[in-house]
Design a binder for this molecule. Structure first.
Ligand code: SF4
Length: 245
């Protein structure tokens, strides 16, 4: 089950999947429970209490229901099997900032909350293996969070594993970051990766940026973000110069 609001993919038993389908159609918890209870009996009651707890804890089914799916399911599944072009890895649920408009903040209940979970190497490796096995010539790997640099060691491990196992595929990497943790050392490491792009978030000048992009104690993050930007520009600037000469 793919949940649009949280972006989570949940593995379901047949019984749970039927229940979720029922719930989406009836939009009434009691009706969905009754209908599936008669079909699956005791097994349903055991599984469903965990499922309902999970729905609440992880904010599933909160976002507005998708009314129209443009591409046919069959085409999407075929693409995922034979022509996968990009995977996005949420390296961590944590962030060192608490931006006032963040979709993971408490006031946005349609999305997941900040958590403490970090991606494990086993999950990352399985995702990369799948991507390499089910893509054609090119695959793009994107790092996301929370703030992905809070799990920089895993990012490095994934990049190195991918480059070692990609055979003749073209792999590109990108990362969306708040820039505040982007040290000189990290910038110089990223420079060694042949195709790595960085998407950084800065809202505007210091006054504008610090209105919303703040640490948990309310302090603005502008200075740290600009320092991170400077580090990456200086490192990548060296590469640009090398290409020129
Ligand atoms: S940096 Fe991004 S993830 Fe972190 S609080 Fe700000 S908007 Fe949210």
């Amino acid at each position: 089950m793919y949940d649009v609001g949280t972006g989570k993919v949940c593995q379901c038993s047949e019984c749970e999947y039927d229940f979720l389908n029922e719930l989406l159609q009836s939009e009434n918890l009691d009706m969905a429970i009754n209908k599936n209870a008669s079909k699956y009996g005791d097994m349903f009651i055991d599984e469903i209490s965990n499922l309902i707890e999970g729905i609440k804890t992880h904010h599933l089914l909160c976002a507005e229901k998708l009314k129209k799916f443009e591409r046919k399911e069959k085409i999407v599944l075929e693409k995922a099997e034979t022509d996968l072009q990009q995977i996005t890895l949420e390296l961590t649920e944590c962030c060192n900032l608490a931006c006032r408009y963040c979709i993971y903040g408490e006031e946005n209940s349609d999305f997941r909350e900040f958590g403490n979970r970090v991606m494990s190497w086993n999950v990352a490796k399985a995702a990369v293996d799948y991507a390499l096995a089910h893509s054609k010539r090119k695959i793009a790997i994107t790092f996301y969070g929370g703030e992905p640099l809070l799990n920089f060691e895993l990012l490095k491990q994934i990049v190195e594993y991918t480059l070692k196992n990609k055979d003749n595929k073209e792999c590109t990497f990108s990362m969306t970051t708040n820039l505040t943790l982007l040290s000189k050392e990290i910038a110089l490491y990223l420079l060694t990766i042949p195709q790595f792009s960085v998407v950084g978030s800065i809202d505007g000048n210091k006054e504008v940026h610090n209105q919303n992009r703040v640490y948990k104690n309310g302090k603005g993050s502008y200075n740290a973000a600009i320092l991170g930007l400077k580090n990456i520009v200086e490192a990548f600037g060296e590469r640009a110069k090398e290409k020129l000469y």
